[in-house]
Design a binder for this molecule. Structure first.
Ligand code: MN
Ligand code: MN
Length: 317
């Protein structure tokens, strides 16, 4: 198969030159003809505390200019294996939450309708809910979720159901996720009340707290994660605050005691073999970042995801 979409050659145009796109890929107007569509979701209307993730996509594009063509461990060359491009940012509405969610759902639905896998760069974690509404329209999917937070709270500020602390509760209520095929990894930090995670556990969500991860290690945890999601369609959501704030300070809700960047890379590589139907990297908030470190981490995790997604696309053919 002819795969003409390639990165701009860094030996011809230096990485710092030109208009920034994800991974220095071509920018296309739609996902038509693509296997994987990368896009930004510059929206943080669900953020309850420190806003700024709306600026994430632009900074991740900038730092992603550092990504080369080939994965140094797996040898995967995603741009040679599948057709992938940057399709720009989804339409958003920064002053209307309901309209913002609808626009994001429509944007991801267009990617799905084109037959491409969505790889979104947020944006706060509420953006994953409309993405799931688009991806899981016809059947519930499984979820591998890296985060410091479970994001399964019920309501905030009275009875507001839509914040970046609630997307996975809503997704289960809406039948978008099969809770028995949901695994959350890296959960930690102070909580609002002792039973904060009870609802999630009652649904059948497997929560792997950071302490259990530290005791068992990436290989064992990801073997369990793969068995939880099994062979069915699975979404992967990576909240950058799962990583320790010493390595990823640019995020709205930092929690110390998190993954190292290397542990995160190792875990994403171990998603290998899963039927991935979409993925995102969320909560990169450049106003809190230092030297572009968090945006670089987000870009590199996106490259890791892209490599396992490319293998997933090829597996399905
Ligand atoms: Mn989150
Ligand atoms: Mn989080």
């Amino acid at each position: 198969m002819d795969i003409p979409l390639q990165q701009v050659d860094a030996a011809v145009v230096p990485r710092f030159a030109g208009i920034a796109s994800f991974m220095r890929l071509p920018v296309l107007g739609s996902a038509e003809g693509l296997d994987i569509a990368m896009f930004g979701v510059p929206w943080d209307g669900g953020t309850t505390n420190r806003a700024g993730a709306r600026h994430g996509p632009r900074e991740v594009r900038n730092q992603s200019s550092l990504m080369r063509s080939t994965h140094h461990v797996s040898g995967v060359e995603p741009f040679a294996m599948v057709r992938v491009a940057d399709i720009g940012d989804l339409s958003v509405n920064p002053i209307d939450l309901a309209d913002g969610l609808k626009r994001i759902e429509n944007g991801v639905a267009a990617v799905v309708a084109a037959g491409a896998l969505p790889l979104g760069i947020g944006g706060d974690h509420l953006t994953t809910l409309p993405a799931l509404r688009a991806v899981a329209r016809n059947r519930p999917v499984g979820l591998i979720h890296f985060d410091a937070h479970s994001d399964t709270n019920d309501t905030y500020f009275g009875d507001n159901p839509y914040t970046h602390g609630t997307p996975f509760r809503r997704a289960i209520e809406e039948g978008l996720l099969d809770p028995k095929r949901v695994v959350q990894i890296g959960i930690r930090g102070s909580i609002y009340e002792p039973g904060e995670h009870s609802w999630a556990k009652e649904q059948g969500i497997r929560i792997i707290y950071i302490e259990e991860f530290a005791a068992r290690g990436a290989e064992a945890v990801m073997a369990e994660a793969r068995s939880i999601v099994g062979n069915g369609p699975t979404y992967v959501s990576f909240d950058i605050d799962s990583i320790d704030p010493s390595m990823a300070p640019g995020t709205g809700t930092p929690e110390i005691g998190g993954f190292t960047t290397r542990e995160a890379q190792q875990m994403v590589r171990l998603i290998d073999g899963v039927d991935i139907v979409g993925a995102d990297v969320v909560e990169v908030a450049p106003p809190f970042d230092v030297a572009g470190l968090t945006a670089l981490t987000g870009a590199t995790i996106a490259f890791e995801l892209l490599c396992v997604m490319a293998k997933s696309v090829r597996m399905r053919r």
